[in-house]
Design a protein around this ligand. Structure first.
Ligand code: DHK
Length: 145
């Protein structure tokens, strides 16, 4: 049976490709969606790919995933380091969560070293650029078997 993965992207990721490309790379968010859809079809996953600049909208989508998804892949972007509401929602929903960061947050400014989501994630991938999304989908497909 096809398993459903909600792929969530946090603030400013809509600007990928033009936003500090030396740090975040040249791929756009549309490229990341294409990569996720391709990986999903190879892995037997259906992918619901979304981005929001608003914490509350991300929380609402996470809550809705209780009935619409089997796992969540999230790049919370800057909310990784500030939001308690997002990990609270992820805990409430109880689905396996893969946390992805394009960059190696541990090599960057000190305020990026801690992510509130990591404490409740099944696993965390950072520093591999857009390939991290593919790696996370492979891991979630294994987990959902
Ligand atoms: C993306 C962001 O927008 C930053 O705020 C995070 C993350 C890192 C990333 O590497 O994907 O600090």
């Amino acid at each position: 049976m096809v398993k459903r993965v909600l792929v969530l992207n946090g603030p400013n990721l809509n600007l990928l490709g033009t936003r500090e490309p030396g740090i975040y790379g040249a791929d756009t968010l549309a490229d990341v969606e294409t990569l996720c859809q391709q990986a999903g079809s190879e892995l037997g996953l259906s992918i619901d790919f979304r981005q929001s600049n608003h914490e509350g909208e991300l929380v609402t989508w996470i809550q809705e995933a209780r009935t619409t998804a089997d796992a969540i892949l999230i790049n919370p972007a800057a909310y990784s380091h500030t939001s308690v509401a997002i990990p609270d929602a992820l805990k409430a929903v109880g689905l396996p969560v893969a946390e992805v960061h394009l960059t190696n947050i541990h090599q960057r400014e000190a305020y990026r070293h801690h992510s509130y989501v990591s404490a409740i994630a099944y696993g965390v991938i950072c520093g591999f650029g857009v390939t991290g999304y593919r790696m996370a989908l492979i891991a979630l497909a294994e987990k959902l078997k």
